[in-house]
Ligand binder design. Structure first.
Ligand code: ADP
Ligand code: MG
Ligand code: MG
Length: 251
C-alpha cells in the first residue's frame, strides 16, 4: 500500500529526514517510536503534504500513485488520514459543517452524490459512539475549548467518519488518561480491516498493549535505525533509547 524509498526532507534548509525507507501492506499496523526530535512528526507531515517541508530526495508510492505529486487534499481523497499530535482549534467552523464538507469532498471524488441529511446525522451518531464523544462537542466549533483528551478523541472520530485506507496517528495517546487511552485504542481497533493500514507514532508501549502492531520501527536522527516485531516496543519500554544511541555511536 505504502512504499517510502530513501526519503529526505528539509525544513528551512535543515535536513530532518535523512533517507527513510518504509513499506506498509494493507492490513498491517506499524508502530514508529523514537526519541523526541527524531523526525516522527516531520515524517507524518511530509506524507500528508505539509508545504512547510521540502522533499529533496526519494519517493513515496501510495496504492500505485506517486504521493509526492499530489496536493494535500488529493492525498486525503486517496485515503490518507493524519491524526495530529497537536490538533488545531478552528473557531467559527462547526464540527457538523466541517465533517459534512470533508465527507462530501471524499464522496465527490468517488463519483458519489452528497450524503443526505438523515444519513449524515445517523453516521455522526454511529461514529461518535465509537469514541464516546459527547453530542455537545459535535455541535461546537472544531476543537474550540476541547480538553486535550477530547481533541484526541475528536481526531479518531474524524478518522471513523472518513474511513481512510491509511491512518497515521501522531502521538494520539500522549496526554490521555487511561480511560481515554482505552477509548481511543478501541476506536482504532474497530476501524481495522484487512484492506486498511495504520502507522501509530507513540512513545509508550501501553498504547501497543491495546493496538497490537505487526511491526515496530525506531526512528532516530531522521532514519529508521531498527525494525522488529512487537517485542521491540517492550524492550524500549524497559531499556529506554540510550542503548539505541549507543549502538549508533552517540553515547
Ligand atoms: P519528533 O516528532 O520525532 O519529536 P519532529 O519531527 O517534530 O520530531 O522534529 C524533528 C526536528 O525537526 C527537530 O529538531 C525539530 O526542532 C525540527 N523541526 C520540526 N518542525 C520545525 C519547524 N517548523 N521549524 C524548524 N525546525 C523544525
Ligand atoms: Mg516529539
Ligand atoms: Mg512529534
Amino acid at each position: 500500500m505504502l512504499e517510502i524509498k530513501n526519503l529526505h526532507a528539509n525544513i528551512n534548509g535543515k535536513e530532518i529526514l535523512k533517507g527513510i525507507n518504509l513499506s506498509v501492506k494493507a492490513g498491517e499496523v506499524h508502530a514508529i517510536m523514537g526519541p523526541n526530535g527524531s523526525g516522527k512528526s516531520t515524517l507524518s507531515s511530509v506524507l500528508v503534504g505539509n508545504p512547510a517541508f521540502d522533499v529533496t530526495e526519494g519517493e513515496v508510492i501510495f496504492n500505485g500513485k506517486n504521493l509526492l505529486d499530489l496536493e494535500p487534499e488529493d492525498r486525503s481523497r486517496e485515503g490518507i488520514f493524519l491524526s495530529f499530535q497537536y490538533p488545531v482549534e478552528i473557531p467559527g467552523v462547526s464540527m457538523v459543517n466541517f465533517m459534512r464538507a470533508a465527507l462530501n469532498e471524499h464522496r465527490k471524488y468517488k463519483g458519489l452524490e452528497p450524503v443526505s441529511a438523515t444519513d449524515f446525522l445517523k453516521l455522526m451518531r454511529e461514529k461518535r459512539a465509537i469514541v464516546e464523544l459527547d453530542n455537545k462537542l459535535a455541535s461546537r466549533s472544531v476543537n474550540e475549548g476541547f480538553s486535550g483528551g477530547e481533541k484526541k478523541r475528536n481526531e479518531i472520530f474524524q478518522m471513523a467518519m472518513l474511513e481512510p485506507k491509511l491512518a497515521i496517528l501522531d502521538e494520539t495517546d500522549s496526554g490521555l488518561d487511561i480511560d481515554a487511552l482505552r477509548i481511543v485504542a478501541n476506536g482504532v481497533n474497530q476501524l481495522r480491516t484487512p484492506e486498511n493500514a495504520a502507522i501509530v507514532i507513540t512513545h509508550y508501549q501501553r498504547l501497543l498493549d491495546y493496538i497490537k502492531p505487526d511491526v515496530v520501527h525506531v526512528l532516530y536522527k531522521g532514519r529508521i535505525v531498527k525494525t522488529a516485531g512487537p517485542e521491540l516496543a517492550l524492550e524500549l519500554e524497559e531499556k529506554g533509547y540510550d542503548w539505541i544511541k549507543k549502538e549508533m555511536g552517540d553515547e
